[in-house]
Design a protein around this ligand. Sequence first.
Ligand code: MG
Length: 257
Amino acid sequence: MKFVRFEAHGETAYGSVEGEMVRQMTASPFEEYQVTDHAHPLSHVKLLAPVMPRKIVAIGLNYKSHLGDRKPPEVPEPFFKTSSSVIAPEEHIVIPKEAIEGSLNVQEEAELTVVIGRGCKRATKADALSYVLGYTCGNDVSARPWQSNDLQWWRGKSSDTFAPLGPYIVTDLDPSNLRISARINGRTVQDATTADLIHDVPSIIEFVSRAMTLEPGDVIMTGTPGQPEDIHPGDSVEIEIEGVGVLRNPVRAEQPA
Ligand code: MG
């Protein structure tokens, strides 16, 4: 199935995408729900972020092509992004004033993003995927000097608008070999496959859930391949994952207060 969260006629709901139509659901896919006959053309609804996660676990250094001379980590390297940084498809990524003034560069990071469907603690590699509802596209937007110079990655990774998610949550997808790419203004800057993940999705879920209960709606961003590039006001950034779709966000400068 392909789930969307959307707004239509002032109402927010989940829906199931069938072709060019969205059929409204009675509840979220994390609850008991029914798909109703109340349908909207996909082009007439405003897509929202497909989930508002309580926590976003993101994995660093998880593709060899992204590591440069750094050694591959022996275990997954999680960090957190805040749910306050989540934005929907087509919403603007906002470049902070410091970047506009020239002391900062901001980059996109294309990431296969796992949406947890059922709570789990101490999942095993063998049963890990049974806790997954589906997959979406994520952009782990990153302000590099803040990421390298601050003790924590709090603003480098979680400044407002730094976690675009969407457009859909797609179920019944094998995450082990999906093409993943990023385009800036239509030019491909990242292009890889999730077969190149150093720590695959089951290994990440096993590792994270040893310490922390993963709850329905939590998301895991699994890391980015290759070499992201700087993004600037006026750019259009697209993250595409095979079988999931395209997450597009325009970019603008922070407005003066
Ligand atoms: Mg990342």
